[in-house]
Design a protein around this ligand. Structure first.
Ligand code: TXA
Ligand code: MG
Length: 345
């Protein structure tokens, strides 16, 4: 297994192989979406449960029409504005798409990545590519080819190396309710504010507990430590949006700004890591510090988030304190990943 030339990679995909590809968000593990055996290999390489459906990547709208049976006018407007880009749309599927891709759902998630290598690979292979993030199930998504090689190198047919991913968090996923209205299934690289501005309507999040749509709750201010049960309103209907997704192996606790420095009992005096936009005010507590952007630039912070989590995971720590960022713009996606890493969603 090694780094592949684009033409070689496209040939492997046409013959039912499995190849990691760069996108603007994270690396994906790609297979021909119409080849059920190839898709099965993707699930196997990731040890991904079959109830967690994949996103199908296309290079143009004509290819999107080969997988999605129809797109409501609102979906077309969003495509026109945000494709290529980090927005995934959940649409009614065509019967030709194997049920394994969609975990038996009648819908399919489709996106056009904003990455020249990904688009060329899709075009050259001629297949829509089913591609989850190229990490073992439940672990942090890869943002470099080296991340993919370390964890899946011996399980796949090769990697197309496109350097570090520009956006760094996965795509935003939206679906459409029975009323045609917008549903946010996962915050990601396109901000909800931008989507709402184009849609001219609110993008609702499903509150599973109440079986109704609700806006994301503000993080509960509870001694500035977030508890695993406090964010019920952030749960979504997207299958696979499970707690403990995007998680490093080291336990993570989320805190909000103004945290008083109190650590969980079991962590006191141990090697602890810090993950935040800026340096911690209780610096002496930390063996390792990861600052995502001293200037508070959330875009930069998103692009650095997963690599920082991986470094902390490799730093022989007992725990990681992660400071949530303001819940707006890309901050919503960053906080979602931090809370999932903490198992608090
Ligand atoms: O940025 C991204 O979206 C990256 C790159 C590789 O494109 N891909 C990615 O895929 O994050 P993955 O498999 O890690 O996440 C896909 C998620 C699933 O876990 C599920 O929540 C949602 O997409 N999904 C897929 N099909 C769906 C469907 N038919 N209905 C609702 N949610 C769906
Ligand atoms: Mg993933």
């Amino acid at each position: 297994m090694g780094i592949l030339d684009l033409t070689v990679a496209a040939g492997i995909l046409r013959r039912g192989g499995v190849v990691a590809m760069p996108t603007e968000t994270v690396y994906g593990l790609a297979a021909d979406a119409f080849n059920e055996r190839a898709v099965a290999r993707v699930f196997e390489a990731k040890a991904r449960p079959s109830f967690d459906p994949l996103i199908v990547h296309v290079c143009d709208e004509a290819m999107a029409e080969r997988v999605a049976a129809e797109a409501p006018p609102l979906a077309r407007r969003l495509m026109a504005r945000f494709w290529p880009g980090p927005l995934t749309l959940v649409l009614p599927k065509r019967p030709e798409v194997p049920p394994l891709v969609t975990s038996g759902l009648e819908t399919v998630a489709v996106r056009m990545p904003d990455h020249s290598l990904a688009l060329s690979l899709i075009r050259e292979s001629g297949c829509p590519l089913a591609a989850p993030s190229a990490n073992p199930f439940g672990y942090v998504s890869p943002t470099t080819a080296e991340h993919v090689r370390q964890q899946l190198g011996d399980k796949i047919d090769g990697i197309v190396d496109g350097g570090a991913c520009r956006v760094g968090v996965e795509s935003t996923i939206v679906g459409f309710g029975r009323d045609g209205g917008l549903r946010l299934l996962r915050p990601g690289g396109v901000t909800v504010e931008d989507i709402e501005a184009v849609a001219g309507e609110k993008c609702w999040t499903l509150d599973v507990e109440c079986s109704m749509f609700d806006v994301p709750s503000a993080s509960r201010d509870d001694g500035n430590i977030e508890h695993p049960t406090s964010n019920i309103q952030h749960r979504t209907i997207a299958p696979g949006m499970l707690p403990q997704h995007y998680a490093p192996r080291v336990p993570v606790r989320c805190v909000t700004s103004g945290w008083d420095g109190t650590l969980p009992e079991a962590w006191r005096g141990k090697r602890i890591g810090w993950l935040g936009l800026r340096r911690p005010s209780h610096g002496a507590l930390f063996a390792t510090v990861e600052c995502l952007s001293e200037e508070g630039d959330v875009r930069l912070a998103a692009s650095r988030l997963f690599a920082a989590m991986r470094r902390l995971d490799a730093a022989d720590l007992c725990g990681i304190v992660a400071e949530l960022v303001p819940d707006a713009g890309l901050g919503l996606a960053i906080n979602d990943r931090l809370r999932r890493a903490a198992g608090a969603l």
